[in-house]
Design a protein around this ligand. Structure first.
Ligand code: SF4
Length: 451
């Protein structure tokens, strides 16, 4: 693996042997087990998806810095220091995300954000080494020159509310046209065409470099993917690569949580208190029409199975509604089999898994269907009315609608959860069954007498 070779960067506190932030110049020439290939990529994807969620929720830079640090520690550490999970996972995801323009755009933006905060977390020595690695043509200002411009630098520092610069502070001389933002906001001293950029302002130069390098690399990977890798790897890597960009990364909700069980008589009040909007809508439509088409039956039925409705209760639940519309006999003939099937009791005995948000959001309901995600499908007027019925007040409403307009449906659902429960949901909503479980936890804890 050529992970910077002799030009590795070291974190001051990590001791001499621990490389920290690689520049991902070339893929690692190591054998990677197929399970690791996928598992490492999934872990990195968890980090990138949480960054994307943090950005779309409008987290501030300090909050993002903290979040990135926590995510990295939680998902990217590997017990064996010799395994470079960071570099391997980056290159797997390059394959996954090089394939369309939208995927490239998303990956580029998340990896650049990740790089920015990891760069800021490096020691000054490591940051300087990274700059050297990028071959940035900027020279650090030497002590004699620093002394000659010290007063001017101090003036600029004072004007932007920064502490006075000392001789330890490193400045770089950069052609002023390369730092238009710093020049426009008067955050740098300019002399003879050069801007004096302080070390703590240098991050944007490095990040720009990283972004442009990765952007070109993704185009090249895409060419290689389409011209050869996809075909060569069609039995081994290609199937993994193709599912990774759409895979659901949360816990498995195919079985109810330990000891969780709901009974027929609970469903009505649970629908009001703890169902996410997609399931609440289906439930209301079922009550109104005494019927749901196949897509709706699957989405609601598997959700109910996942939250702990036993097969007998499920049959009684659907029978009570459907027989009002189609009669008991037709229900037994045409519908009961499918319900037993979805519980793995008929046919191939496949145990169907409740749908994740990604799957619900990407479904395309036709006329007369009620499944799918209301945040994506409802008109603004209908959505406002439905949210109002869930108990979302005026204060939270505009934020939610704003997220919907920007097509951040899961973030909108998370904000709805928070508004309805008066409690935060830092992990974000990724699965309707997670919505239900988290809601129940909060409601039950409110019921517990306080000591
Ligand atoms: Fe349902 Fe997920 Fe849409 Fe929320 S974001 S309504 S849980 S599909």
């Amino acid at each position: 693996m050529q992970s910077l070779g002799a030009r590795r960067v070291y974190h001051q506190s990590d001791g001499a042997a621990a490389p920290t932030l690689p520049l991902y110049r070339s893929p690692p020439p190591v054998e990677v087990r197929l399970e690791d290939f996928e598992a490492f990529a999934v872990d990195r994807l968890r980090v990138l998806k949480a960054i994307s969620d943090g950005l779309s929720r409008g987290k501030k830079p300090e909050e993002m810095e903290k979040l990135v640090g926590e995510l990295w520690r939680a998902h990217m550490k590997h017990p064996k220091p010799s395994v470079n999970k960071d570099v391997i996972s980056h290159f797997v995801l390059r394959l996954v995300y090089c394939r369309t323009e939208d995927l490239r755009k998303w990956f580029l933006s998340m990896e650049t954000t990740l790089f920015r905060y990891r760069f800021k977390d490096q020691s000054v020595e490591a940051q300087r080494a990274l700059m050297a690695d990028f071959d940035l043509p900027y020279k650090a200002v030497n002590t004699a020159e620093f002394e000659s411009v010290k007063d001017k630098l101090s003036q600029v520092a004072r004007s932007i509310g920064q502490p006075l610069q000392t001789a330890d502070t490193i400045f770089y001389k950069v052609p002023f046209e390369e730092v238009p933002e710093l020049v426009a906001s008067r955050k740098v001293y300019i002399h003879q065409g050069n801007a004096y950029v302080a070390m703590n302002q240098v991050v944007s130069l490095v990040v720009t470099q990283f972004r442009s390098f990765l952007s070109k690399a993704l185009i090249l990977t895409n060419r290689k993917w389409t011209s050869s890798i996809k075909e060569q790897e069609k039995d081994r890597l290609t199937p993994i690569v193709e599912v990774l960009s759409t895979s659901y990364l949360g816990p498995d909700y195919s079985q109810p949580r330990e000891s969780a069980e709901i009974s027929l008589k609970d469903i009505d009040h649970l629908a009001k208190s703890s169902f996410p909007l997609c399931m609440r809508h289906l439930y209301e439509k079922l009550k109104e029409d005494h019927h749901l088409k196949h897509g709706g039956r699957m989405q609601l039925g598997l959700f109910l199975k996942g939250v702990g409705l036993k097969l007998d209760d499920a049959l009684a639940f659907w029978r009570a509604e459907f027989s009002q519309k189609v009669g008991a006999e037709r229900f037994e003939k045409e519908y009961a089999y499918n319900i037993r099937h979805s519980y793995g009791r008929e046919g191939k005995r496949t145990d169907y898994t409740p749908f994740s948000c990604q799957k619900v959001i990407s479904s395309t309901p036709g006329v007369g269907d009620h499944h799918g995600c209301p945040f994506r499908l409802f008109s603004e007027e209908n959505l406002r009315a439905a949210l109002g019925r869930m108990g979302v007040g005026n204060r939270g409403m505009d934020d939610i609608i704003d997220k919907v307009r920007n097509r951040h449906y899961q973030v909108a659902c998370t904000l709805t959860f928070e508004a309805v429960h008066g409690s935060t949901c830092d992990a974000g909503i990724n699965h309707p069954n997670q919505y239900f479980i988290d809601s129940q936890k909060i409601l039950l804890s409110k019921k517990q007498p306080t000591m």
